[in-house]
Design a protein around this ligand. Structure first.
Ligand code: C5P
Length: 239
């Protein structure tokens, strides 16, 4: 609907990927003939509710320009920062400069190429309905153990009510900008964007998402991602 605020994907892709022990950052590893970040962009930019994307790249990014990625939707580029939170903040300021304050920022890791359209639709709808924004998250199926200093089980942690935060995480641009500015000014370490918004006193909504939308982190993850991607494509073909 044209009266709804636009939704822009903000994709932090400025990490160096040291955990992969590869010469390339993990968003540039390939499966099925495309890099991980191109798979992400294909999924995000083909969603009808997403108006465009801001991609946040490392100053010495070795590969993005070579990809010559094409989309009919607008893509802006922003400069990455020291930690993920600095990179996201940079992407948001670029979005604000280009499009003004009236937007939803859908922040999605460049290393989660398996997000599906149904989850995107549901998290965007929840963020439209919720001032504090909304995130995709997965429930815990395994029993959770807390360790002691000797790497023994200190106790079992009840898993009821516990969720694993995924991305996308969708917020009104100004809510997330203000929350991240405070985190950066106070030099607080956070591990996702919702945490900044929580520390600003808001309670973002939880939207149950598909656990297949996982973050590529180790070398073995790439083969798993390809398997899930092929499975998803076969399921689509069957529909
Ligand atoms: O390192 P981690 O797995 O948490 O990275 C999640 C996402 O954040 C990746 O897409 C990575 O490229 C991005 N990132 C970033 N700037 C940093 C660190 C990570 O854009 N300084």
């Amino acid at each position: 609907m044209s009266s709804e605020v636009p939704v822009w994907a903000v994709i932090p892709a400025a990490g160096s990927g040291s955990r992969m022990r590869q010469d390339k950052p993990k968003q540039y590893l390939e499966f099925q003939g495309k890099t991980v970040i191109e798979h992400c962009l294909d999924r995000l930019l083909s969603h009808p509710a997403i108006d465009g994307a801001v991609i946040v790249l490392h100053a010495d990014d070795p590969i993005w320009n070579e990809l010559a990625y094409h989309s009919n939707k607008t893509i802006f580029i922003a400069d990455g920062g020291r930690e993920r939170q600095h990179s996201v903040y940079s992407g948001l300021t670029t979005l604000q400069y280009r499009c003004g304050n009236d937007a939803l920022a859908l922040v999605h890791d460049a290393v989660r190429p398996l997000v599906n359209h149904d989850d995107l639709s549901r998290v965007i709808a929840a963020a439209r309905a919720h001032t504090a924004g909304a995130i995709l998250a997965a429930t815990q199926n395994d029993t959770l153990k807390l360790q002691n200093d000797s790497m023994e089980i200190a106790r079992t942690v009840p898993r009821e009510g516990l969720w694993r935060a995924l991305t996308p995480q969708v917020f009104h641009l100004q809510v997330l900008l203000n929350a991240l500015r405070r985190i950066i000014d106070d030099d607080i370490a956070i591990t996702d964007d919702a945490q900044a918004v929580e520390l600003a006193g808001y309670s973002p909504a939880l939207v149950a998402g598909n656990a297949e939308n996982f973050k590529i982190t180790t070398p073995g993850d790439l083969a798993l991602a390809e398997k899930i991607w092929l499975n998803q494509r076969n399921q689509q073909d069957d529909e």
